[in-house]
Design a protein around this ligand. Structure first.
Ligand code: PLP
Length: 387
């Protein structure tokens, strides 16, 4: 019999669609899979070369649990240069992807009886990880265009609130939080002694607006913030498993102890690759962003012409979150709708239930323009047929 903790986990709402998409692919059906949350580009060559050299040089053993010093120094420099916030390498931990880093953070910050405020639509991993820490996820339903404002949070804060999660640009909406709202949220956190977990993994993929790290805004907020970031999305390094957190020394130390008894350091080779990513040319990043932007603009043009869906142009990341309220029949869920789209048109998208926001679907444009064109054509045919 499984223990309570294991039973707390909700199965991913994407699994059903994913399993079916894979089944169809195996049967040779012309599946267009627009569920994927990873860049469809190769890791830039110089990063791979550095890792290869690391192997040849025998850099293939355990490292310091929190990551090698040159990498943590490089991250500190990056945070100063890009995000205007100063950290000592002892205030930085590198781990097995951002996901693992987030897990470590919740394990040391949250326990039974504590509440964690999560604006929705949200990446469901936050919700599940808070549950695994036995905390209570408090979901805040945002209204379109899903841009978080401080006033959305205020009614949900009480003496039990331990953490507020922010994710800008957001998965799944691409919304970017305005600077003035970040300043107000920072003020709330400092006044009420609440931590901010700020997941900034999509910061380099912004098409409209500007990214600000909340830790850089105003007095005292740095001591209340755990800034989370990683290499997966910016540098097309999802498989390397390398993410990091910067925050108050005591918290980073606790996360490091936690990591020391679970995964230990992330791969030594991935860490060498991380240094190359930070120190080397940033041109591949600009090239990827340019391509994502072209695709985003294409999708904006297409979806804004479809009256029966509600569509908000994403300001960042590589997802569009499309409202299908008008298309759902009585009793029909977004999951049902997405399953039908896949069954009839072989286009896979993720239903809104996966982001705590039913009646929407998420389409990833981390897929080639050709795929997107076919996908959009088939979605339009499906909508017109279903009318
Ligand atoms: N944070 C957000 C908002 C994400 O969307 C994802 C991946 O989809 C991650 C973190 C995980 O990144 P990593 O590959 O570094 O674990």
């Amino acid at each position: 019999m499984l223990v309570h903790r294991a039973r707390l986990l909700s199965p991913s709402a994407t699994l059903e669609v994913d399993a079916l998409a894979k089944q169809y692919e195996e049967q040779g059906k012309p599946v267009i899979n627009l569920t994927i949350g990873e860049p469809d580009f190769a890791t830039p060559e110089h990063i791979g070369e550095a890792a290869y050299k690391g192997i040849k040089d025998g850099f293939t053993h355990y490292t310091a649990t929190a990551g090698i010093l040159p990498l943590r120094k490089g991250i500190a420099e990056k945070l100063k240069k890009d995000n205007n916030v100063s950290y000592d390498p002892s205030e930085i931990i590198v781990g097995v992807g951002t996901k693992q880093i987030l897990y470590n953070a919740f394990q040391v910050l949250v326990e039974e009886g504590m509440e964690v405020v999560i604006p929705t639509p949200t990446w469901s991993t936050y919700v599940e990880q808070v549950k695994l820490a036995l905390g209570k996820p408090v979901l805040i339903p945002l209204k379109p265009p899903f841009k978080l404002q401080a006033q959305d949070i205020e009614p949900y804060i009480n003496a039990k609130t331990k953490v507020i999660i922010i994710n800008s640009p957001s998965n799944p909406t691409g919304a970017v939080i305005e600077k003035e709202e970040l300043v107000k949220i920072a003020k709330i956190a400092v006044e009420k002694n609440i931590y901010i977990v700020s997941d900034e993994i999509y910061e380099k993929l912004i098409y409209e607006g500007t990214h600000y790290s909340i830790a850089s805004l105003g007095n005292g907020i740095k001591d209340h913030t755990i800034t989370i970031n990683g290499f997966s999305k910016s540098y097309a390094m999802t498989g390397w498993r390398i993410g990091y957190a910067a925050g108050p020394k005591e918290i980073i130390k606790a996360m490091t102890s936690f990591q020391g008894q679970t995964t230990s350091n992330t791969s030594s080779i991935a860490q060498i690759a991380g240094i190359a990513a930070l120190e080397g040319t940033q041109e591949p990043l600009a090239m990827m962003k340019e391509e994502f932007e072209k695709r985003r603009n294409y999708l904006c043009g297409e979806f804004s012409k479809i009256d029966s869906v509600s569509f908000i142009p994403p300001s960042g990341a590589f997802y569009t979150f499309v409202g299908i309220q008008k298309l759902l029949k009585p009793g029909e869920t977004a999951t049902d709708w997405c399953n039908k789209l896949l069954n009839e048109k072989f286009v896979a998208v993720v239903p809104g239930e996966a982001f705590c926001t039913p009646k929407y679907f998420r389409l990833s444009f981390a897929s080639s323009m050709d795929n997107l064109k076919v996908g959009v054509r088939r979605i339009k045919e499906f909508i017109n047929r279903a009318k």
